[in-house]
Design a protein around this ligand. Structure first.
Ligand code: DOR
Length: 442
């Protein structure tokens, strides 16, 4: 493989930001202090650009196998490459669901044949697959739908949950929305529903009750736990109180949209957990800025526009985001809300630490050559017609963002450059070393 010298980029390192020459040797980041005269096969002039580690999105739904009219592992990975995401961790609610080692390995070999960026797959919990969860390997961890969402993977039985937290050793993450609360809210609202009822049915109480339940389980059983897609101020408080074993995540849609957006965007912003208020948007931002929330990930959950046009509640929950998440956050850097180092911490370093990823998340010698050049000054409009996700749309369509990825390398291979993705490139299986003990120990 060639040696590539990225010259003169402003490199966002773990503890400082410096102008440096970075040398990639094959799949490895060989030097962050390379002489301009280093022997190499290609020189990339990165003057005026920032070099950051590739984004690790720890929550995507790429729909393969089973729902590939919405997305597949190839199209999802093309969207990643364009968005600066070099590794994705994909959720088990495909069809069939990923609930055994055999299913996991099927997905891993599919990804090896068609994914342009690096990949990993969660194993999903069911009411009766404890033995599979105990044996699972080559996975970031266990996903539990403690609240139901797309698919049929609800695990709400307390005894089963106790057993999973007591008897498994892989890290656990969960979708938290209390099923009883959701059903009772739906019953009270009856049949004449409109899209804004989505946030009344899946209300803040549903999210908070379920998050408390999961955190209690993790605490009592001494189990690592990652709270996916926090959507309320109360969850931020819960995360603040449990910093030893618990980590948390916020998604761009919960940071940028609120219930007022149903009027403009309708079911395009229907997702689970549902949108909450502007005050919740602010609380999630504060959670990120104070370190109570460590990770920004997308919950990329594509559905076709046709499906989204069905009348509520037939319209499905979820939206595509992997292609624009980094730009959305870089835009906030330009607005002065956060720094680029914080963005790198939330989107690269923290997810690598939460899931014990080997060689990823940082610009550091010996790490994998997963890198993104970003142009903080580039201004561009999000357009549905440009999206590489098979679903072909974005809830941010029409928004002008400043700060975009312009080049993406995956294991030393340039997969995105000058607006074009290389569809022939292939990523690698991500490696997890769970002996590291997760975010708070790494
Ligand atoms: O809105 C959502 N859609 N939330 C989830 O947790 C699942 C996702 C999907 O798979 O469609």
């Amino acid at each position: 493989m060639p040696r590539i010298l990225i010259q003169g980029a402003t490199c966002v390192l773990p503890d400082e930001t410096v102008v440096a020459n970075v040398l990639l040797d094959g799949t490895t980041l060989a030097s962050i202090d390379a002489p301009r005269t280093s022997r190499c096969d290609e020189v990339v002039d990165a003057t005026g650009l920032h070099l950051i580690p590739g984004v690790i999105d720890d929550q995507v739904h790429f729909r393969e196998p089973g729902l590939t009219h919405k997305e597949d592992l190839h199209t999802g990975s093309l969207a990643c490459a364009r968005g600066g995401v070099t590794t994705y961790l994909e959720m088990p609610n495909t069809n069939p669901s990923t609930v055994t080692q055999e299913r996991l390995e099927e997905k891993l070999s599919l990804a090896a044949s068609k994914s342009v960026v690096n990949y990993g797959f969660y194993v999903g919990a069911t009411l009766d697959n404890l033995e599979d969860l105990k044996k699972a390997s080559r996975t970031p961890g266990i996903k539990i739908f403690i609240g139901s969402s797309t698919g049929n993977m609800l695990v709400d039985d307390q005894d089963v949950l106790e057993q999973i937290f007591a008897e498994t050793s892989l890290p656990i993450c969960a979708h938290c929305e209390d099923e009883m609360t959701v059903r009772e809210n739906a019953r009270k609202l009856g049949n004449a529903l409109s899209i804004s009822d989505h946030s009344r049915i899946r209300d803040r109480a549903a999210a908070v009750i379920s998050a408390k339940r999961a955190v209690d389980l993790a605490h009592r059983h001494g189990h690592r736990f990652h709270l996916l897609h926090a959507s309320t101020a109360e969850e931020v408080e819960i995360l603040k109180d449990h910093r030893d074993r618990i980590t948390g995540e916020a998604c761009p849609h919960h940071l940028f949209f609120h219930v007022g957006d149903y009027e403009r965007l309708g079911a395009l912003v229907q997702m689970n957990p549902s949108l909450k208020t502007e005050a919740d948007n602010r609380a999630l931002w504060e959670g990120l800025l104070c370190g109570a929330i460590q990770v920004v990930a997308t919950d990329h959950a594509p559905h076709t526009l046709e499906e989204k046009k069905r009348p509520y509640p037939e319209s499905p929950s979820g939206l595509p985001a992997v292609e624009n998440s980094l730009a959305l956050l870089l835009n906030q850097v330009n607005l002065g809300r956060c720094t680029i180092s914080q963005v790198v911490s939330w989107m690269c370093d923290a997810p690598a630490r939460v899931w014990d990823l080997v060689g990823k998340g940082r610009i550091q010698e010996g790490y994998d050559a997963d890198l993104v050049l970003v142009d903080l000054g580039r201004e561009a409009r999000v357009e549905n017609r440009d999206q590489l996700t098979k679903s072909g749309w974005s809830p941010w369509h029409g928004e002008v963002l400043t700060g975009w990825p312009v080049s993406t390398w995956v294991m030393g291979t340039r997969v995105f450059e000058s607006g074009r993705v290389n569809p022939q490139a292939r990523g690698r299986e991500a490696v997890f070393d769970h002996g590291r003990g997760g975010f708070w120990k790494a």
